[in-house]
Design a protein around this ligand. Structure first.
Ligand code: NAD
Length: 320
């Protein structure tokens, strides 16, 4: 069975990707430090996969520890790198942690890969690299504008680092997926978005507010020039996104055109989403929301196409 290292593999997207990898015949090898995820998620993943898989409790910024993982796990086919901090607001408050973890973990993971000769790589980037785009939807060819927050800047730096390494290491095949707003959960309900602490993503905040964990939901900004005056985002189902990582991994070693490829993986079938409550939706009793001024994530509109993966026949979304 081909082994694939999944860093951050107990996280939201990583856990779903590990399950889809197993479904596609790979053996996922999770490398996690459990700073944001619960350990219990691993048992649920094992139940879903129907067998055990290796888990290494390691911080990806620790290059020596990562080297030992790759020494123990021989004949690794590829690596998917998810381990990072992802909250835009926290990155504004504590930028250095974001640079240390997001950039630092990529440096050590790539250095370890280089030493171990693992040359298939998929990087979990973000559509935040587009900043506030001039035109929508963004495509893989849209210009990279100034990032609106340190989180986006860490992803821009990571992408530039990968490009530099691709230029210097002929064997490396790398696919960077730029996405945003995965939502949903595995159809079994066994795994989903279960962040430790206060979520900064919208959907877990809504669900936690609905069950009374937060007094109200805050909608940031209501004076945008959009149909309902709130900002607009695309969404993508997490299982579609997980499958995108498996496709990217399968394509990366085969095709020279994928040598250093950037793909946007949004799903226009799912979004865009507006805040305005639908007349068909009855919020649970006691569900309250409030409007606050615009937060750190100032991007008004963000929608993307996924023309490249669709044209190349490698992946398409199937859930909405
Ligand atoms: N969820 C989103 O909205 C979104 C959108 C675009 C891009 N991304 C990117 O996707 C990736 C995964 O996001 P997610 O939503 O699954 O986040 P998540 O927080 O659920 O998962 C990240 C996992 O990585 C682990 N981790 C963090 N730093 C680590 C380190 N140094 N060593 C080992 N493990 C570490 C955490 O414990 C967590 O389990 C991130 O790189 C994120 O930037 C997420």
């Amino acid at each position: 069975m081909k082994k694939v290292i999944v860093t951050g593999g107990a996280g939201y997207i990583g856990s779903h990707t590990a399950v889809e990898l197993a479904k596609a015949g790979f053996l996922p090898v999770v490398v996690e430090n459990f700073v944001i995820s619960e350990r219990g998620i691993i048992d649920r993943m094992r139940k879903l996969i129907g067998s055990t898989f290796p888990v290494h409790e390691v911080d990806c910024t620790d290059e020596r520890a990562f080297d030992s993982v790759l020494e123990k796990e021989s004949h690794v086919f590829g690596l998917i790198h998810f381990a990072a901090f992802k909250a835009v607001g926290s990155s504004v408050k504590d930028p250095l942690s974001y640079y240390a973890n997001n950039v630092g973990s990529l440096v050590s993971v790539l250095r370890s890969m280089l030493k171990a000769g693992i040359s298939s790589f998929v990087f979990s980037s973000s559509a935040t690299v587009y900043g506030q785009p001039d035109s929508l939807p963004v495509t893989e060819r849209s210009p990279i504008k100034a990032a609106e927050a340190p989180y986006g800047r860490t992803k821009q730096i990571c992408e530039a680092m990968i490009d530099d390494l691709v230029a210097s290491w002929a064997q490396l095949r790398s696919v960077t997926l730029r996405y945003f707003n995965p939502i949903g959960a595995h159809p079994s309900g066994q795994i989903g978005e279960l962040p430790l602490g206060n979520p900064e993503n919208l959907v877990p905040y809504i669900t936690q507010t609905a069950v009374g964990l937060h007094p109200q939901l805050t909608v940031f900004g209501n004076d945008y020039p959009t149909p309902d005056s709130t900002c607009i985002r695309d969404y993508i189902h997490v299982v579609d996104l997980a499958r995108a990582h498996v496709s990217a991994l399968n394509c990366s070693p085969l095709n020279h055109a994928w040598r250093s490829t950037k793909c946007s993986t949004s799903a226009p079938g799912v979004g865009p989403a507006y805040w305005k409550p639908s007349p068909h939706l009855i919020p649970p009793r006691g569900f309250r929301s409030t409007i606050a001024s615009v937060n750190e994530d100032r991007v008004m509109l963000l929608q993307a196409t996924r023309t490249f993966p669709r044209r190349s026949g490698s992946w398409a979304t199937c859930r909405n």
